[in-house]
Design a protein around this ligand. Structure first.
Ligand code: ASP
Ligand code: MG
Length: 406
């Protein structure tokens, strides 16, 4: 008997028929003698539809009220799943985030879980119930509903798994694991049977949208074994875990593509201390994440500074940058949203020189221009024109022979 924390994404609960399918799986796990918690996302595109609805009220969308609204999506699917189970004569109860003891900070729309009080969860499990938890939500110190960022139900699940010391966290989604590249772009992409936390973290934050990156950070921090698998078939999934011996062999394990990318350039920025601080503090204050940053070599005591942010944040970032440009007396700025990011990831890169060079060579051979580059120990990312993205993913997949990976 094991304690299993499962999570079902939006497509897995998109209709009553699919919810019934999820209920049957949960019932089966329970009947095999496991304790079962199920975290659910909102049905299908509910979250997007609620956002569109809110936009009809006007331009000012206060994050507190948006959280109030968006959290209802997960409550619907949680209650419907509990009802479905009950109607199958299977004891179940649905809980909101706060009923499940999920406490967060007060950063509305991007809140972070600070603590989970597991008392209620344990009490319901002890009654022999399947416990359904509305994902993606928590409660702030002052008692307001928060949401955990898009895709946040993954983090709810991993955090609950950590808090309950569950045997495993099973993330059911619409793909049956983590692939070497998006199979819609690269038909020869291979499913990985295992991936290390570090590699998965890079893949997740680089836009391989299988798991929310926060959830992987959580899993790594608390050593939670996470399995990604499909709710539509019974194929084995991908285990995200601590991998000790594999890393030296696999130089590159995946190519990630990310269109949620926009690029700014600030021209003739004075080369004095404190300037970068001014720019990035102003963006941080607006909760805008900066990804890559490049400062050009100095000439005439001036630099150019370029950086990327998430495309979704572009509209909010423009006035912020405009204001800073004036304050620091730069000569001007530009921005573009027709760029995208392609990245290669692999733990073995650390010990294999020349991987970045191979990547640049593959892109050059296809005449793909690189705008920006950033590297970490286990990844290399390039910002390129969005229209070249799919071609770039395909040539890199081929270059690193990922169609042959085990
Ligand atoms: N429903 C939320 C979203 O669409 C959270 C989630 O699916 O995990 O982002
Ligand atoms: Mg979702």
């Amino acid at each position: 008997m094991a304690l299993l924390v499962t999570k079902f994404g939006g497509t897995s609960v998109a209709s009553l028929e699919r919810i019934k399918n999820v209920a049957l799986r949960l019932k089966d796990m329970k009947e095999k003698g496991n304790d079962v918690v199920a975290v659910v996302s909102a049905m299908g595109d509910t979250t997007d539809e609620l956002i569109d609805l809110a936009k009809l009220t006007g331009d000012n969308l206060a994050p507190r009220e948006m959280d109030m609204l968006l959290s209802t999506g997960e409550q619907q699917s949680a209650a419907l799943l509990a009802l479905t189970l009950q109607n199958m004569n299977c004891d179940a109860i649905s809980l909101t985030g706060w009923q499940a003891g999920i406490k967060s900070d007060d950063k509305h729309s991007k809140a972070k879980i600070s603590e989970i009080n597991t008392e209620r969860l344990r009490a319901e499990l002890a009654k022999g119930r399947i416990v359904i938890v509305a994902g993606f939500q928590g409660i702030s110190p002052c008692g307001d509903i928060t949401t955990l960022g898009r895709g946040g139900s993954d983090t709810t699940a991993v955090a609950i798994a950590a808090a309950l010391k569950a045997d495993r966290c099973l993330i059911f989604t619409d793909v049956d694991g983590v692939y070497t590249a998006d199979p819609r772009i690269v038909p020869e992409a291979r499913k990985l049977s295992q991936i290390s936390y570090e590699e998965m973290l890079e893949m997740a934050s680089l836009g391989a949208g299988v798991l929310q990156s926060r959830s992987v950070e959580f899993a790594m921090l608390y050593g939670v074994d996470v399995e990604v698998l499909s709710s539509f078939n019974f194929n084995p999934g991908t285990l995200v875990t601590e991998v000790k011996n594999m890393e030296k062999q696999r130089v590159v394990c995946g190519v990630a593509d990310d269109r949620n990318c926009a690029r700014f350039a600030l021209f003739d920025v004075p080369d004095v201390p404190g300037i970068a601080m001014k720019i990035f503090k102003a963006l941080a204050k607006e909760n805008i994440n900066v990804d890559m940053v490049i400062q050009s070599a100095m000439r005439d005591n001036r630099n150019d500074i370029a950086f990327t942010i998430e495309r979704d944040d572009l509209k909010r970032a423009v006035p912020v940058v405009q204001k800073v440009v004036k304050e620091i007396s730069a000569s001007g700025f530009s921005y573009a949203d027709d760029v995208a990011k392609v990245s290669i990831v692999g733990a073995g890169m650390q010990t294999n020189p020349g991987v970045a060079a191979d990547m640049f060579e593959a892109l050059a051979e296809e005449n793909i221009n690189i705008h920006m580059i950033s590297t970490s120990e286990i990844k290399v990312s390039c910002v390129i024109d969005e229209k070249e993205l799919e071609k770039a993913v395909r040539v890199l997949h081929k270059k690193f022979e990922l169609d042959k990976i085990e």
